[in-house]
Design a protein around this ligand. Structure first.
Ligand SMILES: [Zn+2]
Length: 162
């Protein structure tokens, strides 16, 4: 039972990670001017700050039917698809690897590889790319330390079950 609770927590962490990825990865790409560390998100059309409730990954996009709360313009489905892709890819990989430590390494590899592929395909941002990439990698270390702690917890729970 406890094992499944920890696994559910890890999947929830992937859900949070999918939202983090949209700010972390997409802000490193060509055309982006917002620093990776900026906590707020803005509508591309009306420049209004997006409310926290409208930043809830996947669900906010569905509830708002893909429209901005203020100007009702269409939000590009790109961010939404990116979040869904991340959640499915990370959960799928870990289902196969049974949420083992190898699964954790695969999670980190998948995340950073996606970042690299997107930068190569879309091109890097024109403005202070190096600085933003460094900050991005630095915060990634902290994020993955937190996620890694859940895998350690799971390993302890599993060891006690044997
Ligand atoms: Zn708007």
């Amino acid at each position: 039972m406890l094992e499944y609770i920890v696994i559910a927590t890890i999947i929830f962490a992937f859900y949070i990670l999918s939202a983090y990825a949209t700010t972390d990865i997409l802000r490193l790409l060509k055309g982006s001017t917002v620093p990776v560390y900026a906590p707020d998100c803005y509508c591309d059309a009306c420049k209004n700050k997006i409310r926290l409730i409208d930043q809830v990954p996947i669900f906010a996009y569905l509830f708002n039917r893909g429209k901005c709360h203020y100007c009702k313009c269409k939000i590009p489905p790109y961010d939404f698809l990116f979040e869904v892709f991340f959640l499915i890819a990370l959960t799928g990989t870990n289902m196969i690897l049974r949420f083992s430590y190898v699964g954790f390494i695969a999670t980190v590899a998948e995340y950073e590889l996606t970042k690299l592929i997107f930068i190569l395909i879309k091109g890097k941002r024109e403005e202070s790319f190096g600085k933003n990439l460094l900050i991005s990698l630095f915060t990634n270390v902290f994020v993955f330390l937190l996620v890694g702690a859940l895998y350690v917890m799971l390993a302890i729970v599993r060891a006690r079950l044997v």
